[in-house]
Design a protein around this ligand. Structure first.
Ligand code: GTP
Ligand code: MG
Length: 211
């Protein structure tokens, strides 16, 4: 099983490096068959915060407004107890990050390199691996939040672009959806549940405590 996970991780890295990452394609791609857990929900619903609590580290850009603007493919690798935890980006091979505040900064900088310092989104993923004794071997995907209207600096198509991007991940047959819905929102109005329901996938719902 460990060998299989390691093989899938390597294929996932190869797909990202080769530009096979859920863009619309007439033919099925290798990327389509890879297993992952995608975190979906409305903008600022707490998706990145949930991912951080799963990893047990403070390392993702979080905050009000549109924060996650590119998909983040997060591969978690369990290492032996006593070994030092570190993170590595696919676009910065051989550079080991042991300071997780620097990981957050690099995600932010790498997002800006693709989109500029705007509120635009991009489908090109950032690939991050975290090696830690405190994680289980999993691949999780942090996605931009679903929105309803374009705000200043965004193209009018941004609402549909984000929805298409989210769908391209969650409609893959081997994708599990982690649907995030804040506690101060009625479930009947939840974007996360709406889009997950349409794909007939397994749901995990998280209600955060507002305050
Ligand atoms: N009070 C409270 N605030 C939370 C909770 N979870 C997240 N937040 C805050 O809500 C804001 C948005 O959280 P993010 O994790 O960035 O939300 P997101 O869904 O990833 O946002 P986008 O990437 O922009 O779509 C941040 O300021 C968080 O600190 C929670 O359980 N309670
Ligand atoms: Mg986010």
């Amino acid at each position: 099983m460990e060998n299989l996970i390691s093989l899938v991780n390597k294929i996932q890295q190869a797909c990202t490096a080769l530009g096979d990452h859920g863009e619309e394609s007439a033919l099925p791609t290798l990327w389509d068959s890879l297993p992952a857990i995608a975190v979906v929900g409305g903008q600022s619903s707490g998706k990145s915060s949930v991912l951080e609590s799963i990893v047990g580290k403070d390392f993702l850009p979080r905050g009000a407004g549109i924060v996650t603007r590119r998909p983040l493919l997060l591969q978690l690798h369990k290492i032996d107890d006593g070994q030092r935890e570190y993170a590595e980006f696919l676009h910065l091979p051989k550079k080991k990050f042991t300071d997780f505040a620097a990981v957050r900064q690099e995600i932010s900088d790498e997002t800006d390199r693709e989109t500029g310092k705007t509120k635009q989104v991009s489908t090109v993923p950032i690939h991050l691996s975290i090696y830690s004794p405190n994680v289980v071997n999993l691949t999780m995907i942090d996605l931009p939040g679903l929105t309803k209207v374009a705000v200043d600096g965004q193209h009018e198509s941004v609402v549909q672009d984000i929805e298409n991007m989210v769908r391209s991940f969650i409609e893959k047959p081997n994708c599990i959806i982690l649907a995030i819905s804040p506690a101060n929102q009625d479930l009947a109005t939840s974007d996360a549940i709406k889009i997950s329901w349409q794909t007939h996938k397994t749901l995990v719902i998280r209600h955060c405590i507002p305050g």
